[in-house]
Structure formats: structure tokens, C-alpha cells
Design a protein around this ligand. Structure first.
Ligand SMILES: Nc1ncnc2c1ncn2[C@@H]1O[C@H](COP(=O)(O)OP(=O)(O)OP(=O)(O)O)[C@@H](O)[C@H]1O
Ligand SMILES: [Mg+2]
Length: 509
């Protein structure tokens, strides 16, 4: 028997290992693995059956080549059929021609459409020495490869699957444990409206918010994705006299032009096929309150004119209607695009731009306000800790990495990472071990290579010697037991040249 895996087999193993990233979405990961098996090894139909922990039944968790209906039929008792047999005996099973196999229940009835002989192969999925499921595969004309090889490969894949399942169960258990006793506070919504930020840049933002909120003015929020624009929009609403009325949000990038128009301004009965009754739009829902137009930079040109009129006159017609409606709505818009360039490009109306830009608030990127990182981190740690019912802190060195990192996804990226880290943390602290590697990539341009501790000691030694010897290089070199050239080198390395020069001059005068 060959001892090396065939190339195709190796490929299966390799590809399967790559799926590990998806392990937390178990069903999806399993489907992917079966897909890999089928495309690499011309296996036509494959299923992963796992024992349901509650009922004890064997249930198809993933399949390849089965329809949803077929899949649903695939529930077995442990004593049933070939799948049951493999599970109970914890041994592989091969049926060279399943049409001659009495054990075949063909529960999913998927095989009836196939003519000719089908070879069936099945292996148990073992975890800690016990079967937890079965991996089954059909090969259509599988005689060119000896069964032992197939079984060997399937067993390897089954082992990997078992690891996936195990990982998945551990995470689920941990999450459950963490969520237990979690007290969902009534003021959850309020807590989420809290804005962290003592940096000068954020102070400015908060001042602007306080100033503009009580007025009726439209506000334009500018800033990269994840910086907190939506949060600012909500806070503006909360701090305004409209707080008790609706805050209605619409994303201008999410819908095609005509749909967006009917969503925004509503439509009359018969406005288009399917409009069997009239429907008010978001601006009507927002009457008395605030409408938040997210990603305003993506608003189609055709609608820009209508929006401009709406902002100026608070007037509009529903789609397919002639009656003019009037509402009292405050407009807050946000974009991560450079609207001024969009105007120059011609994709954004200049008049609308100026109308919106009356009160712009720029929410700075997180890397522009690194002072806020620690506060934000503690804020999210506290919130996540509450949510999961346990207190998690962070070590100094992990915090240092957080601060050094540039956060291209801004506050949202940090918020998501903290949540993940709280789940992953073993003890009660987040330490550098569990931080993603990219966090540690220091930017070489930014960091003036810091001195090592030894260099730091050397620097002090040289400085002291220079001072004690009146900045005379010859005497200093002698005291330190180095050559004149060597002391010159150190003076340059530690940036003492200027001081040496000054003392030379001082000596002369
Ligand atoms: N200063 C802050 N303090 C506390 N939480 C914040 C702060 N800034 C942002 N967040 C939180 O970070 C997440 C992302 O913020 P938000 O959705 O407001 O960003 P955004 O600028 O609207 O992003 P996008 O452009 O992708 O819509 C939210 O959960 C928000 O609550
Ligand atoms: Mg947003």
C-alpha cells in the first residue's frame, strides 16, 4: 500500500485546514469541507451526520449534493441503517454497490434518480475516542481507487471535522456560561448613547453637538467609517427638543433610486405595479422628529433635487401623487466621502452640498486622537463585561499595543475586537497572547527606533562622563576607556553634538 497521500488527497487536507477560520460557523464550515471533498475527489454526494446532544438522534448537519427537502428527511435513530451502524460500531463501512445492500434505508431518497452502481463509503467522526457523528460519501464510479485509500482520507477529514465540532462546542459553552446571570439593564439604550472622548478633537465635537442640537439646523456629519457618526446623530436627536419624537434612519446607499424615493417620500396607490395601497415614507414617519440620512454621498442625482427642496421647504409629494405634503423634520446627514470633491466631479449637487454644509461636524479618525484609546477601551470592556457577566481587564502591554495600532476601522473595529477578546480571555485579563498579530505591527516610519535598555544606560553613562569632564571629548574618552573616534560616534548616536558645540563655544568666550 502507498504510504504517501495522493496529491488530490493532500489538497483536500490542506483546503480543509484553511476552513478552520470559519469554525465558529459550524454548518457553513462543514458544507465547505464537503464541497472540497466533492470537487477534489469526484465524490458525488456527501453528508456529515452529527448526534444531536438532546435527542440522541443522528441528524444531517451538512450535505453536498442533497436538496433541502432531502436533507430534512435525513434524521436517523442510532440503531438505524448504515449511518447508525457506523456510529454504533465506530468503524468505517464500505458498500461497493448500494443497490445490493439491505441496510440502505435511502431515507433521503436522493439516490433513486441515479442509475448504475454507487459505491458508498462511511467513516465515524470520533472525538476523544467516542463517535459523535458519521461522514458519508457516495462515489459514482469509484473503482479506479482502492477503498482503503478513500477510507484513509475520509478518516483524516473526519478527524478534522471532529476538531471543528469540538472547538465550536467549547466556544458555545463558554458563551452560554458568560451570558448566564447577565443582567440586561433597562437603561441599555441610554448606555449605548454615551460618547467617550476627552481628547481636544472630541471636545470640539462635543461642543459642536451641544451647540447645534437644540436648534433646527441641518447637520452634516463627516468622517471615516466607524468613527461614531451614527452615534453623534442619535445624540443630537436626544439632546434636541425632538427627543420624544421619532428618530428615523435611512441609508441612501442601500436602495436603488426609485425604491429609495418611495422609501423616503412614500407612494400613492397605483404609483407602480404592486402599489395596492398608499404608503407614507420615512419623512412622514419622522414628522416632529429627526431624519438621519446615512451615506448621503451615495444619494442618486435625481433624488438630490427632491431632497434639496425638502430641506428648504419641508415639502414633498409621494411617488405617483400630486398632493403636496408638509412636515416638520430635522435633517441630519452623514457621509464618509469627500463631498466637496464629489461636487467637483459632478456626482453631487453644489446647491445641496452648501445647504447641508451649514453646520458640518467632522468626527476625527481614531488614529488622530490616540488619547481616547484607553478610555474607549475601558468603556467597551466594562460594557462587554456586564453583558457577559464577568469582569475582564487588560494588561499594560496589551494596552500599549492597542494604543500603538492605527485602527483603520476606527471605534467600531475596537468595539468588535474587545467583545471577541472578552470571550476569548482565559483569566480576568486580556493579555498580549490573545491579541491578533496585526495589532503588533509597529509602523517603522512612525517609531523612531526606541533605545534598548542597554543603550539607554550607555547614553546616561556617556552623558554623565561628558558633563563631569566639561564636555571635553579627549578626557571623556579616557575616562570611559574608549578611543576618541568611539566617543565621537557615541556623541552622534545619542544626539549630543549640539551640546558639545555649545560647550566648545562657551569655553572660548
Ligand atoms: N466616542 C464613542 N464612544 C463610545 N462608543 C462609540 C464612540 N464612537 C463610536 N462608538 C461606537 O462605535 C460603533 C461605531 O460607531 P458608528 O456606527 O456611530 O460609526 P459611523 O461613523 O456611523 O460608521 P459608518 O460610517 O460605518 O456608518 C458604534 O457601536 C458606536 O456606538
Ligand atoms: Mg453609521
Amino acid at each position: 500500500m502507498e504510504t504517501n497521500l495522493r496529491e488530490a488527497e493532500l489538497n483536500v487536507v490542506y483546503e480543509t485546514c484553511r476552513v478552520i477560520e470559519q469554525a465558529l460557523k459550524l454548518d457553513q464550515a462543514l458544507e465547505t469541507i464537503l464541497g472540497i471533498l466533492s470537487s477534489s475527489l469526484s465524490m458525488k454526494r456527501a453528508t456529515v451526520t452529527l448526534k444531536d446532544e438532546e435527542t440522541g438522534y443522528l441528524v444531517i448537519r451538512a450535505s453536498h449534493g442533497l436538496s433541502e427537502k432531502e436533507r430534512k428527511r435525513g434524521i436517523y435513530r442510532q440503531d438505524e441503517g448504515v449511518t447508525g451502524l457506523i456510529f454504533r460500531t465506530a468503524r468505517p463501512y464500505v458498500a461497493p454497490d448500494i443497490s445490493k445492500e439491505p441496510l440502505f434505508l435511502n431515507k433521503t431518497r436522493s439516490r433513486s434518480i441515479l442509475k448504475g452502481s454507487i459505491t458508498f463509503l462511511g467513516v465515524p467522526i470520533m472525538l476523544h475516542g467516542k463517535p459523535i457523528g458519521v461522514l458519508n460519501v457516495d462515489r459514482l464510479f469509484g473503482n479506479e481507487v482502492p477503498y482503503e485509500e478513500d477510507i484513509r482520507l475520509l478518516s483524516i477529514v473526519a478527524t478534522l471535522i471532529a476538531q471543528f465540532v469540538s472547538l465550536n462546542r467549547q466556544v458555545k459553552l463558554r458563551e452560554e456560561k458568560l451570558r448566564k446571570d447577565c443582567s440586561i439593564s433597562g437603561s441599555d439604550a441610554q448606555a449605548k448613547l454615551f460618547m467617550v472622548g476627552k481628547s481636544p478633537a472630541m471636545e470640539t465635537v462635543q461642543q459642536q453637538i451641544r451647540k447645534v442640537a437644540p436648534s433646527k439646523a441641518s447637520v452634516l456629519l463627516l468622517g471615516e467609517s466607524g468613527t461614531g457618526k451614527t452615534l453623534v446623530a442619535k445624540i443630537i436627536h436626544e439632546l434636541s427638543t425632538r427627543a420624544r419624537q421619532a428618530f428615523v434612519k435611512i441609508n441612501c446607499a442601500s436602495l436603488a433610486e426609485n425604491l429609495l424615493e418611495s422609501e423616503l417620500f412614500g407612494y400613492e396607490k397605483g404609483a407602480f405595479t404592486g402599489a395596492i395601497r398608499a404608503k407614507p415614507g420615512r419623512v412622514e414617519q419622522a414628522d416632529g422628529g429627526t431624519i438621519f440620512l446615512d451615506e448621503i454621498g451615495e444619494l442618486p442625482l435625481g433624488l438630490q433635487a427632491k431632497l434639496l427642496r425638502f430641506i428648504q421647504e419641508k415639502e414633498f409629494e409621494r411617488l405617483g401623487g400630486t398632493k403636496t405634503h408638509k412636515v416638520d423634520v430635522r435633517v441630519v446627514a452623514a457621509t464618509n466621502r469627500d463631498l466637496a470633491s464629489a461636487v467637483i466631479e459632478g456626482s453631487f449637487r453644489e446647491d445641496l452640498y452648501y445647504r447641508l454644509n451649514v453646520f458640518p461636524i467632522r468626527v476625527p479618525a481614531l488614529r488622530e486622537r490616540k488619547e481616547d484609546i484607553a478610555d474607549l477601551l475601558h468603556h467597551f470592556l466594562e460594557r462587554t463585561s456586564q453583558e457577559y457577566g464577568r469582569v475582564v481587564g487588560i494588561t499594560q502591554s496589551a494596552l500599549a499595543q492597542f494604543t500603538r495600532y492605527d485602527w483603520p476601522g476606527n471605534v467600531r473595529e475596537m468595539e468588535n475586537l474587545v467583545e471577541r477578546l472578552v470571550i476569548m480571555a482565559d483569566g480576568d485579563e486580556i493579555c498580549t497572547d490573545i491579541l491578533p498579530v496585526y495589532l503588533n505591527k509597529a509602523d517603522p516610519d512612525k517609531e523612531k527606533i526606541p533605545l534598548s535598555r542597554i543603550e539607554e544606560m550607555e547614553r546616561k553613562e556617556v552623558l554623565t562622563a561628558l558633563e563631569q569632564n566639561g564636555w571635553n571629548q579627549t578626557r571623556t574618552a579616557k575616562e570611559l576607556g574608549v578611543t576618541l573616534r568611539q566617543i565621537g560616534y557615541r556623541i552622534r548616536k545619542f544626539g549630543f553634538e549640539k551640546m558639545v558645540e555649545e560647550h566648545k563655544r562657551g569655553d572660548r568666550f
